[in-house]
Design a protein around this ligand. Structure first.
Ligand code: ATP
Length: 141
């Protein structure tokens, strides 16, 4: 197994599930959220969890965000925070930035400000379930 380290910013349903899965697969995972309760809830399921606002460049510096191999931005509803966080991570020289987008437009902006990969979890899951419904014998799509 590759010795990759991950930071996940935003511990909603998507971010926390991603962080927990990576950690259970044996990877080093730092979980970050501005909401203290969400940070508390994730302490058991990741390597480290910290409370921070990801639009605060200084806070990200103190966490040492540049040292992670992959940083995932899993902030959904607050599109402005998601875009600003991505821009700051890019300017800080983060190696690989993966960002969750709400819609196509949001995704386009994320690529423009430096995302290496944009994911659309709701859209992709809809596609996956549709394929599974028409060919239920296909276990995974
Ligand atoms: P999901 O669908 O995955 O549950 P969501 O799309 O509803 O998530 P939100 O709940 O809006 O997304 O955000 C996910 C998390 O990101 C929340 O726990 C929120 O506290 C956190 N978050 C939002 N803005 C920031 C920020 N600037 N810095 C750190 N965390 C943030």
């Amino acid at each position: 197994m590759e010795n990759k380290s991950f930071a996940v910013i935003g511990l909603g349903r998507f971010g926390s599930s991603l962080a927990e899965q990576l950690y259970s697969l044996g990877y080093d995972v730092m979980a970050i959220d501005e909401n203290t309760e969400r940070v508390q809830d994730s302490i058991e399921i990741v390597t480290h969890a910290v409370q921070a606002d990801s639009t605060d460049e200084q806070a990200l510096k103190e966490i040492g965000i540049r040292n992670f191999d992959v940083v995932v931005v899993a902030i959904g509803a607050d599109i402005q925070a998601s875009i600003l966080t991505t821009l700051i991570l890019k300017e800080m020289g983060v190696k690989r930035i993966v960002v969750k987008a709400q819609n196509e437009r949001h995704g386009q902006v994320l690529y423009k400000v430096g995302a290496d990969r944009v994911v659309f979890p709701e859209r992709d899951m809809g596609l996956r379930v549709a394929h599974n419904l028409i060919s239920p014998n296909v276990l995974d799509f």
